[in-house]
Every structure is written in C-alpha cells, then in structure tokens.
Design a protein around this ligand. Structure first.
Ligand code: PBG
Length: 318
C-alpha cells in the first residue's frame, strides 16, 4: 500500500511540502467609487466591501495598504448616466495623486455604469444592433482618459469584438505605450454577477448580456475569445467567473503564453459569505480554500473582494 498520509502527518511536514506560493501580492482588490456620494453604502452580499465616496475611498485604500494590498481594480460609478469622453477620470486622478507609486491601480474600462441602458456597448437603435464603431470609440476614449489621469493599467470588461486592438491603438498614439491592458478575455454570461451590478449600478435596462458575453456551454468560443485578445495585444488575460471557468486556465495559458488570472466574481464571493451567515461554513477558511484552488489551477493573479483580508488570513505579503 502507498503511504500518502505520511507526508500529511503534522503541520511541519505539511508546510514543508505545500506547493502554494500564494501571497497578498497576487491579489487584486476591487473598489467601487461613486461620484458625488458622501460616506459609504452597503453592498448586499459583498461583506467587507462598500460603495464609497471619494474621501471614504482614500481612507479605505490607506487601510488596505496597511494590510499589504498593492493592487486595486477601480470601478468608477458616475453620478449621471450618459457617455462622456472621460467618466471617472477625476477619481483616478485623485487616487493616484494621493498614493502615487505606492499602489498599482487598474481601472475597469466598460460602458455599463455610464450608458443609459446599463449595457456594455452602444446600439444603433434602442434594443437593436450593437454599434461597434461608437462602442469602440467610447471605450478607447475612456481608456485614454484613465491613462492620462494616472492609471497603471486598463482592464476592458465589455466582451465587445475588437476592443483590445482599438484601446491599444488609442493608447499608443496618445503616448501611453507602457500602459498595460488586462483584458477580461474569457468572460461568460453568468448568473454570478448579481451583487456587482447593484454596486456598480449597471444592470441592463432591457434584455441581458448574451449578445456579447460567452455562452457557458461553449468551450471553443471561450478559448477563442482569449486567443483573440492575446493576438490583439492584451498583456494579461482573465477568466471570469473564476470557479466555473477553472477548466480553461491551463488550455488558454498553453495556447497564448500570456499571464492569465481569474476574477472571483461578486456572486462567488457572496455565496461563501451567505453560507457562513447560515452557519454552514467558516468564511475565512472557505475563501482561502478558493484562492489556493485558483493558484493550483495556474492563476497568476486573483481579483477578489477579499484581498484586504489576505494578511489576516495568514498569507504572506510577497
Ligand atoms: C462590467 C463588469 C461586470 C463585472 C466586472 N465588470 C458585470 C457584468 O459584466 O455584468 C462583474 C464582476 C462581479 O460580479 O464581481 N462589464
């Protein structure tokens, strides 16, 4: 009989042989900043996360820095709906002016929080065909404005065809050759985005996102989407949701040779929190377990609403 349990017999040998190099420096903390909000508002299900006014956001980031978090994904929630060239750029500037190089700030680049209908694109006519030209122009303009405001990277999350190429071209011609693009490259039409849409005020006003997000049944489409983003010049790729896309990490990584991470989306995170609230799991242990699984599967980075808890959960800072 093989004696596999010998290597698990006590904490010392378990630590010696543990294969995970998980650290807080691999985690990215999302942060929702709401224009014009004073104070902060609860986000149902997203324990430890709030919709923040700008001054609350600055103090939250300060605390997160003290907990070893360096990477943030900013979601700018504008006060008014409507496509302007630079919604949210002011918040990016405030944050970067305050923290400079102490933080690494990615800005989620999408139209869904500012478009009047909550979709990640613009349409030729209401409920009609996607207006690709107008959508790509708006996305490129957002990306440029974030770069001008000091963002360290932009993260297009819309799943509209051609956006990585369009954003790359815009950044390059505006003098931002060094700004990386983290593409939400394989993003499924998922039922796990609920708490986020309340936080970002981005629920589609009609229909759903199946016209542009990937059908969960389609493996080849899922692979092609990331390969396409890689070909268009994405610097980092991302799978989303994390747990339900885990089978695709290795194949995409092998096909593209580009760093790929996962987004543990709002519904995944909230499901652990709600289980814990019912006394059915220990939230911290469950959260940590999911992060280890992401790493084991090959994720280079993890976007998670729990990044700021990482140090308290006992993981190393680097
Ligand atoms: C916006 C965007 C979404 C998420 C990240 N960026 C929502 C969506 O596509 O509907 C989801 C994140 C989460 O659920 O935590 N395009």
């Amino acid at each position: 009989m093989k004696h596999l349990m010998r290597n698990r017999a006590n904490p010392h040998i378990r630590e010696l042989l543990a294969q995970s190099g998980l650290s807080v420096s691999k985690l990215i903390q999302p942060i929702f900043v709401v224009e014009g909000l004073s104070g902060k508002e609860e986000i149902p299900g997203l324990i430890g996360n709030h919709r923040l006014g700008i001054s609350e956001a600055l103090s939250q980031i300060e605390k997160d820095l003290n907990n070893g978090v360096r990477h943030f994904m900013l979601f700018c929630v504008p006060a008014n709906k409507g496509i302007t060239p630079d919604p949210g750029a002011g918040m990016v500037a405030r944050i970067k002016q305050h923290f400079g190089k102490d933080i690494h700030l990615w800005v989620d680049t999408c139209l869904c929080s500012s478009s009047p209908h909550g979709h990640c694109c613009l349409f030729h006519d209401k409920e009609g065909e996607i207006d690709l030209g107008a959508t790509l122009n708006a996305l490129s303009s957002y990306a440029k404005s974030y770069a001008e405001a000091g963002a360290d990277g932009v993260a297009p999350s819309d799943m509209i065809d051609g956006r990585v190429a369009a954003i790359r071209a815009q950044l390059d011609k505006s003098g931002f050759r060094n700004i990386p693009i983290m593409s939400y490259s394989t993003k499924f039409a998922s039922a796990f985005y609920g708490p986020f849409r309340a936080a970002a005020d981005s629920s589609p006003g009609f229909g759903d996102r199946r016209q542009y997000q990937i059908d969960v049944r389609n493996r080849s489409d899922a692979l092609n989407a990331s390969v396409r983003c890689a070909n268009e010049g994405a610097d980092l790729l991302m799978l989303k949701p994390g747990m339900t896309s885990i089978d695709l990490l290795k194949p995409i990584s092998q096909k593209t040779n580009i760093p790929i991470g996962v987004y543990q989306v709002s519904g995944e995170y909230a499901s652990l929190a709600l289980l814990a609230r019912e006394g059915l799991t220990d939230f911290n242990r469950a959260l940590l377990e999911t992060w280890h699984v992401f790493q084991r599967a090959g994720a280079q980075y993890i976007v998670t609403y729990g990044a700021r808890k990482g140090r308290d959960l006992g993981i190393a800072l680097t």
